[in-house]
Write a protein that binds this ligand. Structure first.
Ligand SMILES: *Cc1c(COP(=O)(O)O)cnc(C)c1O
Length: 356
């Protein structure tokens, strides 16, 4: 597969100035990768200047939400240059999300070509400060202009990028969401789709007014066990052992979750994947049995949870930031930022391409 490089890309890249303050996901790299799929046939990809999309107002994505995405990062490592973290996992997950929404999966080779090309041309935009990175956002949308309720016959796949700081700093206050659900039984909870996020926004707006940062979502089937946060998976530490909700169809299988489990076991921790009852958990937070709680995801890495709010009550976690969370965060960042040995083969090096 060969990627067409639009000659205007060089001008876009040369004209780009990195702002002093990055934030998360608000500064956009000046180029993007694009491929189209018509009746099941994928075009080859192209790298073009970053620009608004042109969509027909009747495009299926705008009405029936045929839209899924990924979030992943390119890191700058002192010895090994630029690397992506486990990109094949994101390729596989985007394919899974696409299939759930009746969309054609982006072939793994095309996905890899997309993230590799954007990262290679944006190598100068990968920040060097620890915790900062080039955040990549691959996404797939249904573009056919037709209001009948059926799967689109045409799709567009993009990879955009954003030089970013880490998403969350400090401890998080989470709110136990007893009313709304972000996903449904048999729904799209285990797919990374925009609709899940749309369903979470009202809850987040409500809890912000009460001084909280994130919703803690319960399982939509039993409304009693913990699933996850809106964009992060959930862990607790009890008796020095890790506990995380077992995958159940409504939890998104995080690449960070998977990596934390592997890393923790490698460091000698016992990890339990099980159903976590919310009322039992709140009792254990209150009596100190639950020593730590944290959330993890690509954007936030690992962030400690300091308080659980539920109805009129709040429950403070004994240790926030917790030592186990801090140790895992450091061990993960050491691998991602090239200070620690890549003993799981997670890092995928990218050869920079210069336009000068
Ligand atoms: C993306 C996401 C996560 C985190 O997944 P990572 O692969 O670790 O970034 C967790 N939960 C939800 C709902 C998500 O959308």
């Amino acid at each position: 597969m060969s990627v067409y490089i639009d000659p205007a890309v060089a001008t876009s890249l040369r004209g780009f100035e990195m702002p002093e303050k990055l934030g998360f996901g608000s500064v956009m790299a000046p180029v993007m990768f694009r491929a189209v799929c018509q009746d099941g046939c994928w075009s080859s990809g192209e790298l073009v200047p970053y620009a608004p999309l042109s969509l027909d107002p009747a495009a299926k994505v705008l009405h029936y939400a045929q839209s899924c995405f990924e979030g992943m990062k390119a890191y700058r490592t002192p010895e090994r240059g630029i690397s992506l973290f486990r990109p094949e996992r994101n390729a596989a997950r985007l394919a899974h999300s696409a299939e759930r929404l009746c969309m054609p999966p982006v072939p793994e080779a095309l996905f890899m070509e997309g993230v590799r090309t954007v990262t290679a041309y944006c190598a100068n935009l990968v920040p060097a400060t620890s915790g900062e990175s080039l955040y990549l956002r691959p996404f797939l949308i249904g573009t056919q202009a037709d209001l009948t309720v059926s799967a689109s016959t045409s799709y567009e796949f993009y990879v955009i990028a954003s030089p970013s700081e880490a998403y969350h700093a400090g401890n998080m206050r989470v709110w136990v969401e007893r009313e709304d659900s972000r996903a449904a039984v048999g729904g799209t909870g285990d797919a990374k789709v925009g609709g899940n996020y749309a369903a979470s926004l009202l809850s987040i707006a409500r809890l912000k007014k009460r001084g909280y940062d994130q919703s803690l979502w319960l399982n939509p089937g039993n409304r009693q066990t913990v699933d996850e946060l809106s964009g992060m998976n959930f862990f607790t530490v009890m008796g020095g052992e890790l506990h995380t909700p077992a995958l159940n169809g409504s939890i998104l299988e995080g690449v960070t979750r998977d990596s934390v489990i592997d890393l923790a076991r490698d460091l000698g921790f016992t990890v339990h994947e099980r159903a976590i009852d919310i009322d039992e958990l709140l009792r254990q937070v209150a009596d100190g049995t639950c020593e730590e709680a944290f959330a993890c995801g690509t954007a936030a890495i690992i962030s400690s949870i300091s308080v659980f709010g539920d109805g009129g009550e709040s429950y403070a976690v004994a240790k926030a930031p917790g030592l186990v969370a801090e140790r895992l965060r450091q061990a993960l960042l050491d691998i991602q930022e090239g200070r620690g040995e890549d003993r799981f083969g997670w890092m995928h090096p990218i050869e920079p391409i210069s336009v000068d």
